[in-house]
Write a protein of this length. Structure first.
Length: 94
């Protein structure tokens, strides 16, 4: 992962990423738990700081898996995450 390059996922757009590692880096700060996933997006190595809600959906994927992440606005200023595996990717079951 390139130093300090993070991917901001825009609302209502498809963001296809490939996982570079089996698990994220984790920690806590004043805002709570954080989860940093190393991924490739458009051939570029970047990080995604996942919210707890997004982490709950990403935790089942491993290195080499490809998913489409959508941040969907369902009401003004309210968002949900939709994670869809790309063809050939299956989430791990544990």
């Amino acid at each position: 992962m390139s130093k300090n390059e993070t991917l901001k996922i825009q609302a209502n757009t498809d963001t296809i990423v490939e996982f570079m590692y089996d698990t994220p880096k984790t920690g806590t700060n004043n805002y709570g738990a954080w989860f940093l996933y190393g991924v490739k997006n458009s051939g570029k190595e970047v990080g995604i700081f996942a919210t707890e809600a997004l982490h709950k959906k990403l935790q089942y994927y491993k290195q080499g898996d490809k998913v489409n992440i959508r941040k969907e606005e369902y009401a003004p200023g309210k968002y949900s995450w939709n994670v869809v595996p790309e063809e050939g990717t299956r989430p791990k079951t544990e």
